[in-house]
Design a protein around this ligand. Structure first.
Ligand SMILES: Nc1nc2c(ncn2[C@@H]2O[C@H](COP(=O)(O)OP(=O)(O)OP(=O)(O)O)[C@@H](O)[C@H]2O)c(=O)[nH]1
Ligand SMILES: [Zn+2]
Ligand SMILES: [Zn+2]
Length: 514
């Protein structure tokens, strides 16, 4: 009887129960698979949260971009977003393998190796779970892949958008620069090279890191965040008058400061050419002083553009007023004398260049005159006393003028050499304008014959140079070389009230009109 029970009844009941179980096994397998898919998804989302938000060490698998090394913080969509995505991929894969492995191991232990019930019951159940887990592990792959792909797509779109915005901002900046007449950038007042995009120092006093290219891009679209955390605008366009950063020249051998106004307004370059002691420095000072006089009387506003120009002008103003003598211009590379003329939209940054006289005579020195390439108007300072005919022809008794005040360099020679130099630099002069300043008019004023009859008239002055001083060839060369030539007799002196001789105002007005 017990045999029947053991060998017939029990197997029959077991098989019947097994058959019954098989009908619900698929449901169990599906539910187990589903549970695994949910668990894997949840764990993946935790990884995403950890990498993107928590950023704790366990979520860091790739080296970060270091602002301390790169000088500034990166824009999220120029690098860090892709890094995050790669971290999510690595950590997501690890989590997937670990989770699937762990669940399989749990089933193996619980149902096969160390079951709590009889194996006759746990083995079919364990096999069902295996099946469900295998199906779930396979089904989770496309789900997770889809989540990752959506993330990658969003990053790609945002990165493309960020690059587009950077491109548009750069193009807008470029357009404004071209509209300001600065297609090749602004002029460095120290090395005279064009600087398309100056370098800027961090405005934070305790930091002062130098940023070489702050334009929209890798390190920020509208603002760049310095490694110290300070934000700075990425474009000249975004710098309001009070937040203007002062740039630095990017040319390797220079690195000197640019004018704070550079790039914000059109620039005008006015080279003064003339032999040693012809009166260039004094004329330059008188020009600025005369513009200051005009501004006081309601004319366009003027302010010196940098500390060095202000200091130079202060010294020269005194020289003008005491009618004293200037020191010969240093032979070291000159610095532009810069000022901002006008206000609002009419503002212009004017650079006047007064170069040591000998540079124009020694051919090898003239490479320092790079700035002339950019000039549309030139000033030639002609000291009539530098011409021999002045001393021999004008007054038979000899002019009563202190000859030690005269320039000793022949104007014709200076002019022809300068023009040659300018031409070798590839500058076309046929459209340039030339103002000839016949200097030191005040010294010659009291004696008839020592200056043109009507010194304020360009034609009369030209005639006088040609007929009386024998400079016909010089005048002809000037007409041939330049598009427009005008003659002025100037007295670079001021009276006791600081009012500059009126001859200078008319001359400046013509020079700056171009
Ligand atoms: N009275 C008078 N003196 C002038 C005038 N212009 C220049 N001088 C004097 O002439 C001398 C030379 O003038 P500068 O302005 O230094 O001449 P420069 O052309 O700059 O000479 P370098 O610096 O050597 O290139 C100085 O002693 C000036 O004071 C002027 O219009 N009137
Ligand atoms: Zn420079
Ligand atoms: Zn900083």
């Amino acid at each position: 009887m017990s045999d029947i029970l053991i060998f017939v009844l029990v197997p029959a009941v077991y098989l019947a129960l097994l058959g019954l179980y098989l009908s619900v096994a698929p449901v169990i397998a599906v539910l187990r698979g589903l549970a695994l898919v949910m668990e894997l998804t949840w764990r993946y989302l935790r990884v995403v949260d950890g990498v993107l938000r928590l950023r704790t060490p366990e979520y860091v698998v790739l080296p970060p971009y270091l602002p301390s090394v790169e000088r500034a913080h990166r824009n999220y969509f120029f690098g860090p977003a892709t890094r995050d995505l790669r971290q999510i991929l690595t950590l997501g894969r690890r989590t997937y393998l670990r989770t699937v492995g762990d669940t399989f191991r749990r089933v193996t232990t619980g149902q096969f190796t160390a079951p709590t019930h009889h194996r006759a019951f746990t083995v079919p159940y364990g096999l069902t779970l295996y099946l469900g887990l295998a199906a779930g592990a396979v089904a989770a792959v496309p789900v997770l892949a889809l989540l990752l792909a959506l993330h990658a797509l969003a990053v790609a779109l945002a990165a493309a958008g960020a690059r587009l915005i950077a491109g548009i901002l750069r193009a807008a900046d470029r357009t404004v620069m071209i509209a300001r007449g600065l297609p090749r950038g602004m002029l460095c007042p120290s090395c005279f090279e064009r600087v398309p995009y100056p370098a800027y120092d961090c405005p934070q006093a305790s930091c002062r890191r130098r940023h070489t290219d702050i334009r929209p891009g890798t390190f920020g679209l509208f603002r760049r965040r310095c490694a110290c955390g300070t934000r700075m605008p990425t474009l000249l366009l975004l710098m309001s008058r009070d937040t203007r950063l002062s740039g630095f020249c990017v040319h390797v051998s220079c690195g000197k400061p640019m004018n704070p106004d550079a790039g914000h307004m059109p620039e005008l370059i006015l080279p003064l050419i003339g032999g040693r002691a012809a009166g260039k420095t004094q004329l330059m000072a008188a020009m600025v002083k005369s513009l200051e006089n005009t501004a006081e009387n309601g004319g366009p506003a003027i302010r010196l553009a940098d500390a060095e120009s202000t200091a130079t002008q202060l010294v020269l103003n005194e020289v003008l007023e005491i009618q004293g003598n200037t020191r010969p211009t240093q032979k070291a590379l000159p610095r532009a004398h810069s000022f901002v003329l006008g206000s609002g939209r009419a503002e212009r940054l004017v650079h006047v260049f007064d170069t040591a006289g000998e540079r124009f005579v020694n051919r090898e020195e003239t490479d320092a005159l790079r700035y002339v390439r950019e000039a549309g108007t030139f000033v030639f300072v002609l000291d009539p006393m530098a011409v021999d005919a002045f001393w021999t022809r004008l007054d038979p008794a000899g002019p009563k003028v202190d000859r030690s005040l005269a320039s000793t360099v022949d104007p014709e020679e200076v002019f022809s050499r300068s023009v040659q130099t300018v031409r070798t630099m590839g500058t076309r002069l046929d459209r340039a304008r030339l103002a000839v300043a016949i200097s030191k008019r005040d010294l010659l004023a009291d004696q008839s014959g020592l200056q043109p009859e009507r010194p304020d008239d360009s034609e009369t002055a030209r005639e006088w140079l040609c007929e009386r001083l024998g400079l016909r060839n010089l005048a002809k060369t000037m007409d041939l070389e330049f598009g427009e030539v005008r003659f002025f007799c100037t007295a670079a002196v001021a009276d006791g009230k600081g009012q500059v001789d009126p001859s200078v105002a008319e001359f400046v007005d013509w020079c700056l009109r171009g």
